[in-house]
Design a protein around this ligand. Structure first.
Ligand SMILES: Nc1ncnc2c1ncn2[C@@H]1O[C@H](COP(=O)(O)OP(=O)(O)O)[C@@H](O)[C@H]1O
Ligand code: SF4
Ligand SMILES: [Mg+2]
Length: 342
């Protein structure tokens, strides 16, 4: 084989292994209080994201699961550049996103889109659906009016909507249809990564299943990378290739979703599956299982393993020593004293 062919194969291999997103030791601490006139600066910090690392390959879905307040949306906002990290690195297609400026930043904003739980936040109530979906094209391209119409109709069709809906307003749709509009809007440009932050959480079960099927089909056709954020492990596991479990700003467990669902190892992941968490912050107010259990927050995380006050397998040193993350045989990442490493 010639040197040139070797080089081509090596290049193809590099491209195949290239990750869409690589996040390394990402940290975001928010000041817990504001200083101002007559108000003393509060030196406490909310450690919303506290040293998180993961990657996503092209066409892959990484699920991110954990209870309310564990830092999921903050990670989404950091990737979308709606927040600046305290420290750490976010690389998109090999480039540090905090360094992007001008045209490179514009390209990045075209490539990375998001769909949130409440589509009203991204669907302006006073605009017709056609104009809402076309907005990205107006900002980022010099398409003619007829090209815009064709593209908008194409993505509406991709999202399972007829071109007729273009002249209607968001309030004329049901929740599921509005999420389809939000998905069409997110796909109108050449999207490479989609962040789905609780995108189906508010939908009825049957509508949720339809939207999940749509998202899976779109990914298969378009090869987009997904960061799929949710608080329900069963749903997240169903849609994702790999699942990352977070608790109070940190990753506790990460593995292939089939492996993780079949054999959850971390006590927190097990509890998420069994829905047996005392004082689940997703159901604040329902403290029937353990009335005295406190809901932990990222403002004052428990010492040692943050999960220890709620863990049924907690040992003496769990309250004093934070468990370092280890990689088990097979590649699972886990942070728990029950798993000191192979
Ligand atoms: N702008 C902010 N200022 C202060 N604290 C924040 C801010 N945004 C989020 N937080 C806090 O960071 C933690 C993580 O929040 P978030 O990322 O929204 O969690 P999740 O999406 O998993 O529910 C929470 O304790 C939340 O109150
Ligand atoms: S480190 Fe200890 S407290 Fe934390 S999850 Fe593991 S066993 Fe439970
Ligand atoms: Mg959130």
């Amino acid at each position: 084989m010639s040197d040139a062919s070797h080089e081509q194969i090596a290049q193809a291999e590099t491209l195949k292994n290239a990750k869409t997103l690589v996040v390394n030791d990402l940290v975001k601490h928010f000041p817990a209080g504001r200083s101002g006139f007559g108000v003393k600066a509060n030196k406490q910090w909310v450690k919303a994201v506290d040293g998180v690392s993961f990657d996503i390959a092209p066409g892959e879905t990484l699920g991110l699961v954990g209870e309310s307040g564990c830092g999921k949306s903050t990670i989404a906002k950091l990737i979308l550049r709606l927040e600046d990290p305290t420290s750490g690195s976010i690389k998109f297609e090999g480039r540090e996103i905090t360094d992007l400026k001008g045209d490179q930043l514009k390209d990045y904003r075209r490539s990375v889109q998001a769909v949130f739980q409440d589509p009203y936040s991204s669907l302006s109530p006073r605009m017709r659906v056609h104009d809402i979906v076309a907005e990205g094209l107006r900002i980022h391209t010099d398409y003619s009016k007829s090209d815009v119409r064709t593209r908008v109709n194409d993505v509406l069709a991709l999202a399972g909507l007829s071109p007729d809906v273009g002249r209607l307003y968001p309030h004329e749709f049901s929740g599921g249809q509005r999420q389809r509009i939000a998905i069409a809007k997110a796909l109108v440009l050449d999207t490479k990564m989609l962040i789905l932050d609780e995108a189906v959480s508010a939908l009825d079960v049957s509508i949720r299943a339809q939207i999940i099927t749509l998202l899976k089909d779109l990914q298969q056709d378009l090869g987009i990378a997904y960061l799929y954020i949710g608080h329900d492990l069963a749903t997240v596991g169903h849609l994702s290739d790999r699942v990352m479990v977070m608790y109070l700003g940190r990753v506790l467990e990460l593995d292939d979703s089939i492996e993780l669902v079949r054999n959850p190892k971390h006590p927190y992941t097990e509890a998420l599956f069994a829905a047996a968490l005392p004082s689940n912050p997703d159901h604040i107010g329902d403290t029937s299982e353990q009335p005295n259990a406190e809901v932990p927050t990222a403002l004052a995380p428990p010492t040692g393993c943050h999960f220890h006050p709620r863990c049924q397998q907690s040992m003496e040193h769990c309250s004093t020593h934070f468990p370092q993350e280890v990689k088990l045989t097979g590649g699972r990442r886990i942070s728990c004293h029950l798993y000191p490493g192979d």
